[in-house]
Design a protein around this ligand. Structure first.
Ligand code: SF4
Ligand code: SF4
Length: 128
């Protein structure tokens, strides 16, 4: 099996595990969307274009970055898509990095890197 195929299969397995865990993860209102105010989020071109279709004005506030081939833009802090009610106004099309937070899976040219950001705010909805 070639390396690319192996990495893709491994990513698929890790993604499934992340979403299984996130089913039990709850963001309490008293957190006040800490991550959306503090964490810069990397976006692919595709994600950037989706957000731009939702709001060109907000998308124009995003930073353009080119530090690897995968990401082209960055949501700076606080995220312009965070509403006054501290809810995401782009929830249905939010970037993968937002969807999987506090997990962050990154593929470099030589490896698959999994990071877990410290999120002291989240709660587990029930014990598995
Ligand atoms: S897109 Fe939504 S979930 Fe992602 S940082 Fe912005 S407000 Fe938060
Ligand atoms: S992921 Fe963590 S920091 Fe972000 S809103 Fe949920 S509880 Fe808060």
């Amino acid at each position: 099996m070639d390396d690319v195929k192996e990495v893709k299969q491994e990513m698929q397995r890790v993604n499934e595990a992340i979403f299984d865990i996130l089913n039990y993860y709850i963001c309490p209102p008293e957190c006040h969307a800490f991550c959306c105010k503090q964490c810069a989020v990397d976006l692919s071109d595709k994600e950037y274009n989706k957000l731009r279709r939702l709001s060109r004005e907000k998308a124009d506030k995003l930073k353009t970055v080119k530090y690897n081939r995968t990401y082209s833009h960055q949501l700076d802090t606080p995220c312009p898509f965070l509403g006054h009610d501290e809810l995401c106004t782009a929830y249905d099309i939010r970037p993968v990095k937002c969807h999987t937070y506090p997990f962050n899976m990154t593929v470099t040219s030589s490896s698959l890197v999994m990071l877990i950001y410290p999120c002291m705010m989240g709660r587990c909805s029930s014990y598995i």
